[in-house]
Design a protein around this ligand. Sequence first.
Ligand SMILES: Cc1cc2nc3c(=O)[nH]c(=O)nc-3n(C[C@H](O)[C@H](O)[C@H](O)COP(=O)(O)OP(=O)(O)OC[C@H]3O[C@@H](n4cnc5c(N)ncnc54)[C@H](O)[C@@H]3O)c2cc1C
Length: 303
Amino acid sequence: MGLKKFIVNLAPSPLVKLFAGPYVAGDSIQAATDTSRKFWEERRVCSTIDLLGEELESDDDVQYTVGVYERLISGLGSQEYATISLKPTQLGSHRGTEHCLKIIEGIVTQAEKQDIKVTLDMEDHPYTDMTLDIFRALIKDHPTFGTVLQSRLFRTDEDVKSLKGLNARIRICIGIYNEPKDIALQNMPEMKKKMLEQIEVLFKEGHYPEIATHDEAVINESINIAERLKMKKDQYEVQMLMGVPKQNFQDELVRNGILVRLYVPFAEKWKFATAYCKRRLAANPAMAAYILKNLLYKTVGKR
Ligand SMILES: Cc1cc2nc3c(=O)[nH]c(=O)nc-3n(C[C@H](O)[C@H](O)[C@H](O)COP(=O)(O)OP(=O)(O)OC[C@H]3O[C@@H](n4cnc5c(N)ncnc54)[C@H](O)[C@@H]3O)c2cc1C
């Protein structure tokens, strides 16, 4: 475990909640849909709304999650700016691929009726095959269904090849999970170089790459690749996480005619949000120092 992650893991839940505020839309469907509408109305920035939660192993929790997605889809209604994102491990993966697939297909079918696109997030490596199996099975009847590939995994070049012909929405990112060195790159510049190579292949094979990164150099280079390949601006998009301070850059992309989409997570129950928030805090360069300072202050203050 990296030092930053270690420090973030020491933080008590209320401190995580406090610092993670900017990364989360709120604690209700209303908060998420309001945030999403505001991004669109004020900045012409699109969003993908995600109910936080992962590694659920109780059927009741999964049923609850399905219910929230159903209410979210009804609440969103037909509109042009928001999609939704979801994860296999919040939707029945604990009972196997077929079970999970059926649950996800129910949500995708309901969303489709309102022209809402759904993206299946990619979790850590034990779930890569399951996620891609579900994706391949569902895209046949649900052509707007999308998924995610992680450039850090050695297998991703092959996974890109295996999606040839699907003309799919593929979010491409380096991957947030620390993966073992026998299956994944460990060096950030190498992951980003690989991501650019894979973006080029995705373009060439007719996919719609969703370039998910906050690295402005990677985004600018992706746009160069798109222009070199004579892609139109509606053949890809750039995605970032809400809360990461990149507003000026995002607005500049929008002014240049590029679709920008923010990941807008929410949670009705805080216990389902903690893991995501800790990952976001660990990725924030300043956060480990803030948290450490705060913990030390509390410890010293108690003496
Ligand atoms: C829309 C979206 C969806 C994603 N979906 C998935 C997914 O399904 N599966 C998955 O494994 N990963 C996902 N990720 C995470 C992604 O894989 C990366 O881990 C994450 O985006 C950080 O890498 P980066 O490319 O932005 O580069 P970095 O080098 O980490 O960041 C570039 C710049 O942004 C700043 N920055 C990055 N994160 C933060 C932060 N939290 N707070 C403040 N500044 C920050 C950095 O300091 C740096 O200056 C997603 C990312 C995005 C944007």
